[in-house]
Design a protein around this ligand. Structure first.
Ligand SMILES: Nc1ncnc2c1ncn2[C@@H]1O[C@H](COP(=O)(O)OP(=O)(O)OP(=O)(O)O)[C@@H](O)[C@H]1O
Ligand SMILES: [Mg+2]
Length: 230
């Protein structure tokens, strides 16, 4: 068995922060675990990330955007996620296909059935076992990122935030867009409630990390620790 966990939520909610903390916790417990992100996570997918997130690419058509995210995902699933799950490990992914439904679907108004078809091609139908939704009013998350952007130089040594949050082409969309995305996530959660855990991101980093660890704990029995007898 294996375990595939993803993190979703509005911009700046703390997805990357929490994904990394869970990764470090599981690693310290000797679980076989990898942390990756979308778009990105492989050499090719990170190159696609640079294209799709670039603030200068204002002319990018919604279809191009959708296919680039999906192409990055296809590479990540085939090169990294599926092989690691096949070894029985835990994959943590900072965003995944739900972000496509929320952003390109509800945010940009692309047809959801069409997105489903593209996503199935990209992933071979692979969906997470568990998805955290870090819930935060959209303007609060955007504000967090703006603050971080201005204070990059001040980040404390030893901080777990290895990379400051970027301000990218999707962040720069208007508030109405981000509100449609948030409403889209709410709809996705309604459709598939068993997979999602919705947690408020309006709490200290460490408290949220504890809640996430508690939710994951019962699912760890699916995975064999490193060095344990099979
Ligand atoms: N619980 C929290 N309370 C306050 N600030 C937080 C919290 N979690 C993260 N932050 C800060 O908010 C900013 C955004 O965090 P992070 O990059 O983890 O969010 P994200 O959801 O991954 O953002 P993005 O949408 O850009 O990927 C960072 O500066 C981080 O230090
Ligand atoms: Mg992030």
């Amino acid at each position: 068995m294996s375990l595939f966990i993803t993190f979703e939520g509005p911009e700046g909610a703390g997805k990357s922060t929490q994904a990394r903390l869970l990764y470090e916790r599981l690693q310290a417990m000797d679980y076989p675990v990898i942390l990756t992100r979308e778009p990105g996570g492989t050499r090719i997918s990170e190159m696609i990330r640079r294209i799709v997130m670039d603030l200068r690419h204002t002319e990018m058509a919604p279809t191009t955007e959708t296919l680039l995210f999906s192409a990055a995902r296809a590479q990540l699933v085939s090169e990294l996620i599926r092989p690691y799950l096949n070894t029985g490990g835990i994959v943590l992914c900072d965003r995944y296909a739900d972000s496509t439904f929320a952003h390109q679907g509800y945010g940009l108004g692309r047809d959801l059935d069409e997105l489903q078809a593209i996503t199935t091609v990209a992933t071979g139908g692979l969906m997470p076992d568990l998805t955290f939704y870090l819930d935060l009013p959209v303007d609060d998350g955007l504000y967090r990122k703006q603050v971080a952007k201005g204070r990059v130089e001040q980040s404390s040594p030893g901080s777990t935030f290895t990379t400051p949050p970027e301000w990218n082409r999707l962040d720069a969309r208007d508030l109405a867009y981000h509100q449609r995305v948030a409403a889209g996530f709410a709809e996705l959660m309604r459709r598939d409630p068993d997979r999602w855990r919705q947690l408020t991101a309006e709490q200290p980093v460490s408290a949220l990390a504890e809640q996430i660890a508690q939710e994951v704990e019962p699912m760890l029995k699916r995975v064999t620790r490193l060095g344990a007898d099979a």
